[in-house]
Design a protein around this ligand. Structure first.
Ligand SMILES: C[S@@+](CC[C@H](N)C(=O)[O-])C[C@H]1O[C@@H](n2cnc3c(N)ncnc32)[C@H](O)[C@@H]1O
Length: 322
């Protein structure tokens, strides 16, 4: 039987981690949006088109012309800085970013897709004494959506050795469809650090005397070849059991949150490809060769763990089709 594919729009698309997850579960993407020119270039390289106009502008346009009239699900890994512990935690008070969720709600009210999928930092749940989360629930309900949310860790739910807790929100217009949906269970972790690391990594990833004081500190702390480490502004921490730290948008910017390892050649940071593997991206995923590495790290840190997404997407598809 040749069933028609369920259609998705991919907002705050970044480098398309959510898209890959949903497409592997049988969805088709018919519109994508992200205003970051570098992320958009990476996205284009991998999937073709993306609209790089700010979503604020797109929703303000009369009739929201760019947003397709009909689609089944809205996907949105909306910006997390206003809610994250690392960010300033202004939440909805953040004039530019917190309010983007209202743009999503606007689209839902106008286009009425059958389902919504949102992803954000775990802290979204507790932000502002849980007021933010309750507000999201209320706004979704006012727009006609019933939601479920769950915090899942990539290492327990995505079979990648990355300690990354995120909140996943799934909502449907039909309460009966919501009843049919369940979040995926834990799965065994079989992917190890050895599956992630590349061989023959370029010298530029290694630390040496040029890094001065940082090098002295790192060289002393990063001893064990079976552990990931993380450089956190002024100290280095070792992660247990071969798990990698949560990859972050800031990890490529220099001195903070940089994931480190020791190998036969010395102490080095991870490569963008290794970071993509920790996020469960397929090997076929392409990185542009004309962007600074710091952009690539930011893009992967901002993204999602693909296998977690595809497992949720599979359950959404089953709920929508049953
Ligand atoms: C957490 S990232 C989402 C990453 C994506 N889920 C992925 O797999 O790569 C949030 C994205 O929202 C985008 N963004 C923030 N404000 C925006 C706006 N006003 N219009 C469009 N995109 C925006 C950022 O550029 C960033 O790429």
């Amino acid at each position: 039987m040749n069933q028609k594919k369920l259609k998705a729009i991919d907002l705050f698309a970044g480098i398309g981690g959510i898209r890959i997850g949903f497409e592997s579960a049988g969805f088709e993407t018919i519109y994508s949006n992200d205003f970051d020119k570098n992320a958009a270039a990476t996205y284009r390289l991998n999937y073709g088109e993306i609209d790089d106009t700010s979503l604020i502008k797109v929703t303000a346009e009369r009739g929201m012309k760019k947003i397709p009239k009909k689609f089944d699900i809205l996907l949105g890994g909306f910006p997390c800085q206003p809610f994250s512990v690392a960010g300033n935690k202004k939440g909805f008070a953040d004039a530019n970013r917190g309010n983007l969720l209202f743009n999503v709600i606007e689209i839902l009210k106008k286009r009425k897709p059958r389902a919504v999928f949102l992803e954000n930092v775990k802290h979204l749940k507790n932000h502002d004494d849980e007021k933010t989360f309750k507000r999201i629930q209320e706004e979704l309900l006012k727009a006609g959506y019933h939601m479920k949310a769950e915090v899942m860790n990539s290492m327990t739910h995505g079979n990648v050795p990355q300690n990354r807790e995120r909140i996943y929100i799934v909502a449907f217009r039909s309460p009966r469809t919501l009843m049919k949906f369940r979040f995926p269970d834990k799965i065994p972790l079989t992917k190890k650090m050895s599956h992630i690391l590349e061989k023959n990594v370029d010298d530029e990833h290694y630390y040496d005397e040029r890094f001065g004081e940082i090098y002295t500190r790192i060289k002393k702390a990063v001893k064990n070849r079976d552990s990931f480490y993380q450089y956190r502004r002024i100290y280095v921490r070792e992660l247990k059991n071969g798990m990698a730290p949560t990859l972050t948008a800031s990890m490529g910017a220099g001195g903070h949150n940089v994931p480190l390892i020791r190998d036969a050649k010395g102490v080095r940071r991870l490569t963008p490809r290794e970071c993509a593997r920790l996020q469960g991206f397929p090997e076929s995923f392409k990185f542009p060769t004309n962007q600074a590495k710091s952009h690539l790290y930011k893009q992967v840190g901002n993204s999602v763990t693909v296998p977690v997404i595809s497992r949720i997407a599979e359950n959404i598809r089953i709920a929508l089709e049953s």
